[in-house]
Each structure stands twice: as C-alpha cells, then as structure tokens.
Design a protein around this ligand. Structure first.
Ligand SMILES: Nc1ncnc2c1ncn2[C@@H]1O[C@H](COP(=O)(O)OP(=O)(O)O)[C@@H](O)[C@H]1O
Ligand SMILES: O=P(O)(O)OC[C@H](O)CO
Length: 493
C-alpha cells in the first residue's frame, strides 16, 4: 500500500531524504554532506551534479533503510535551499556553469549600480525583495554575461534556468517537466508577488529571456512524476517549497502572526502574514509562504546569511572543534565569552542591515581568550542575529506570539537557552527539529490526498520543549550593547 511520503530536503551543506508514515511520523532518514566551492572573494558555488547525486543517493538509501520499495511511496515532497541559480542545456541536461549559491556576493557591484539608479522601490514594489546579490536575478544575468555563448543560446530557447527545486524536478522527471512553485519563484527577484507572474519589466531591464523560466505552480498538487528507472517505479511529486517556507509549514504556522526561526547554514525568521503581503519598513522581505488550493499566503522574512555556517567554519577552517554538537559543552565550560564578540559577516550582512560589503570580525580578544570563548561567541552570535531580526519584525508587525525553533543547530540546548535569554522571550523547540522535511512531507501528503486538510496536520506532532528566559534585564542589555558595537565595526570595515 502507498502509505509513505518521501521528503527531499536539499540544503546548502547537505542533501537529506526523510521518510514519513501516514501518521506524519518520521520513520527513517539519510543525510549526505557535499562540497561547497569557494573560489575566493565572497564567491560561493556548488557543482549541480553533486546536488543531484547526493540527493538521489540519499533518497534511494532511505527507501532501502526503511525496508520498503518505491511502490510503497505515495508521493515525494521537495524543500530546497532557495535562490541558488542553475542554468542548463535544455537538450543535454548539462549545466552550463556551477550553481551560484544564495550566499555568493559576486554581483554586489551590479546590485550597487541598480540601487544608485534609484531602482530599489521598483523591485520592492513588485517582488517584495531588496536589491541584493542574494537573489537569483543578478546571478542569472552574471552567467548570461560571463559564460561564453550562453546568452545567444538562451535567446534561442536552448537554455533553462531553475532554482534547486526546479533542477531536481527536471532530473527526476527525466527532463520532461520544467516547473517551480510560488515560494521559490518569489525568491528570484523576477517574480511579481502581486500578479503572480514573471515580471516582464524586470526581465526586460535585466535582459533575461522569458523562455528560460519555468512554469510556476502551487506548492501542493501535481508537480510531475519520476522516471521509472530512478527509483524502480514511478512516484508522484506532489509537494514543493523553498526550505524556509517549508519549515513554516512543517511547524504548522498556519495562522497570521505565527513565527518560526530556522538555525541551519543561515538563520531565517518567518512570520505568516496571511493572504495580504505586508511591506516592511525595517529591512525585512515580503515573500510568498505558499500557494495552496487557489490561495496564496504571504510571509515577512528576516534572512541571516551565516548562522550554523560559522560553527562549520570553526570545524573546517579554524579546526578548533571536531563536531558541531561539541560546541554545546565547550560553550558551557566558560562563564561567558570574556568580552569576545564574533560577527560572522563572511558574505556581508543580510537582514536587517543589508550590507553586502561588510566582512566577518572577532572583537575583544585578550591573551586570556581560549577556544571555548570563541566557540561560545559563535553560538551567541547566532542568537544576537536572531534578536536583530526579531526586533525589526516587531517594529513592522507588532508584538510576536510564540517563537518556534528548528533546523540542525536548534538541537543545541545552550543555543536555545541563550536565545530565550537574549530575546527575553520563550522559545519552543519541537521534538523533531527537521521541520523543513516535515513541511515538504505535509505539502506532498496533502497534494496526493494522503491527508485531507491543513487542520488535520495540526497536532500530528505535539511534543516540544520550551526554553524560558532567565537572564536579568541589565545583563541582557549590556550584552546586546556590546554586540551592536561589534556589528558597527564589521560594517565600517
Ligand atoms: N548541535 C549543533 N550546535 C551548533 N551548530 C550545529 C549543531 N548541529 C548542526 N549545527 C550547524 O547547523 C548547520 C546544519 O544545519 P542544517 O539544518 O542541516 O543546515 P542546512 O539545511 O543549511 O544544510 C551546520 O552549519 C552546522 O554547523
Ligand atoms: O540551506 P539552508 O537550510 O540554510 O537554507 C538556505 C536558504 O533557503 C537560503 O535562502
């Protein structure tokens, strides 16, 4: 019987495949790290084939691990790192360049030029986004302008563009289906979030041929079917959303005002704002949360570019930790950071500052500073960055109700405790922190009829832990004051 949902969570550092049963419970998962390419100077790339192969092999392995076959899978749901841009040849399916990752800053100058031409309002009104190298638009333009022959071929209709969801669907369907969903389209800086169409004026301004772009579909429903040879029998693709929107869905933030924060490579705080887009006056983005059943739901988003990635940097570049999870014990082994602040602006600062030119900085070092202080400052930075975004969100939308946390790093109890302290607000962490995969599964389960309605999903997973703030107000404001000074220093640099 077809009673499982296969969720594909394609993240910036790893591809994950998670199987859920008909009760919405996780039964098995497989995760594979794959390389990021750093050609220098704030550039970040992936090999699109690494993305594909790590995702397909984890999907095959999770099916085998659970002792089932593809016949038992009712549908696939996809959640993906957003904005990352891939262009490929429509006939051969071969990428024409590496994937340009959302974190990549190579188009900073192009963005600064558009800003100086007074185009900020033009883009914000149409797309809900601020001009920034983060989004797909200027990455597509860069490939068209810098990879020989690609523009001519794109104009002849030989080249396709897709974000990672679209690239996966294209390959899963054997090159038959070129689609994306509303939530991913809303991150390209090419999609009009009010008319729900690719925006002709923007395409004209950037010189992007419309024939490269995928059809935009709802997040739940018929998104294609896998080729038989991929998993041994065909599986429907019935759910798709950008990973942050999928996490919002997976945390059942279905009501207006519901908020979640994900601690993965980056940090992303999203608030469901219902069926009307809310414009931010404090550096947040207006984006599409999902489109389901003929209705579109919007969200306000604060995007922090480097969150758990800073922990990975401690492991892979400074080599002062062996595993991400040992940061908890190391951070607790010292009373505080000894005045050390770490602003991990490796690729500039996102919300609410939007300073692409800012770079990382560790301040307050003394001869007494040891690796535990630096580890603790790294975890604390993840919390201060969330604090900055939450304050901006409160200014835009009023006081926040509950804050639900998820993502790989949310399993760190020290991080959750410090987060509650710095926010002066309790933080709720679900038993299963993989809300992104859960959200993709929910979308697919609804899309294939395994579950009847969103109401049915609320309460599927009701186990959680709540972290209550306990820090004094005086200490909290001193620490935040120190963080603000460190951020200003990183921006000035
Ligand atoms: N226990 C932990 N404490 C702190 N950071 C962690 C912990 N576990 C994972 N991380 C960090 O979180 C990130 C992984 O989270 P994940 O949600 O898997 O990210 P992504 O989906 O972006 O690949 C990595 O950057 C890792 O360094
Ligand atoms: O890889 P993640 O999970 O940090 O998510 C990346 C975001 O989607 C980028 O916008």
């Amino acid at each position: 019987m077809k009673e499982y949902i296969l969720s594909l969570d394609q993240g910036t550092t790893s591809s994950r495949a998670v199987l859920f049963n008909a009760k919405g419970e996780k039964v098995a998962s497989v995760q594979k790290e794959y390389p990021q390419i750093f050609p220098g100077n704030g550039w970040v790339e992936h090999d699109p084939m690494d993305i594909l192969e790590s995702q397909l092999s984890s999907a095959r392995e999770v099916i085998a691990k659970a002792g089932i076959t593809a016949e038992d899978v009712a549908a696939i749901g996809i959640a993906n790192q957003r904005e990352t841009t891939i262009l490929w040849d429509k006939n051969t399916g071969k990428p024409v360049y590496n994937a340009i990752v959302w974190q990549c800053r190579r188009t900073s100058e192009d963005c600064a030029r558009m800003e100086s031409q007074g185009l900020q309002k033009f883009f914000k009104d149409k797309t809900g986004l601020l001009i920034d190298p983060y989004f797909s638009a200027t990455k597509i333009k860069w490939i068209l302008e810098n990879v020989e022959g690609v523009r001519e071929r794109a104009e002849k209709g030989e080249i396709l563009f897709g974000t990672v969801d679209c690239w996966l669907i294209w390959n899963l369907t054997g090159g038959r289906v070129h689609v994306t969903d509303y939530s991913n389209a809303s991150r390209t800086m090419l999609f009009n979030i009010h008319t729900l169409e690719w925006d002709r004026e923007i395409l004209g301004l950037l010189g992007i041929p419309s024939c490269m772009l995928p059809e935009v579909k709802e997040c739940s429903g018929d998104l294609g079917e896998t080729e038989e040879n991929i998993f041994g029998s065909r599986i429907k693709i019935a759910g798709c959303a950008g990973d942050q929107q999928a996490a919002l869905f997976g945390q059942c933030c279905f009501r207006e005002g519901d908020v979640k924060n994900t601690y993965g490579t980056g940090g992303f705080l999203l608030m469901n704002t219902g069926e009307k887009p809310v414009e931010s006056r404090h550096g947040l983005l207006t984006t599409i949360a999902w489109g389901i059943g003929g209705k579109v739901n919007y969200a306000l988003e604060g995007s922090v570019f480097v969150s758990g990635a800073a922990v990975k940097w401690l492991r892979d570049e400074l080599c002062i930790i062996r595993t991400a999870s040992e940061t908890e014990e190391l951070a607790r082994s010292v009373e505080d950071t000894g005045g050390v602040y770490f602003v991990p602006a490796f690729v500039g600062l996102g919300a609410p500052y939007w300073k692409p030119e800012a770079r990382g900085m560790i301040t307050g070092l003394t001869r007494g500073t040891n690796r535990c202080h630096i580890v603790r400052a790294t975890l604390e930075a993840m919390c201060y960055q969330t604090y900055d975004v939450l304050r901006a969100m409160e200014e835009d939308a009023g006081a926040i109700g509950s804050i639900k946390a998820d993502g790989g790093a949310a399993s760190n109890d020290f991080l959750m405790e410090f987060q509650a302290d710095i926010l002066g607000h309790s933080v709720i962490r679900p038993y299963n922190v993989e809300s992104t995969a859960t959200g993709a599964a929910y979308l697919a389960g609804l899309g294939c009829g395994l579950w009847g309605s969103m109401e049915e999903l609320v309460g599927v997973s009701d186990k959680f832990r709540e972290f209550i703030p306990s820090m004094s107000e005086g200490k909290r404001s001193d620490l935040i004051g120190g963080w603000k000074k460190a951020v200003q220093a990183a921006i000035r640099e």
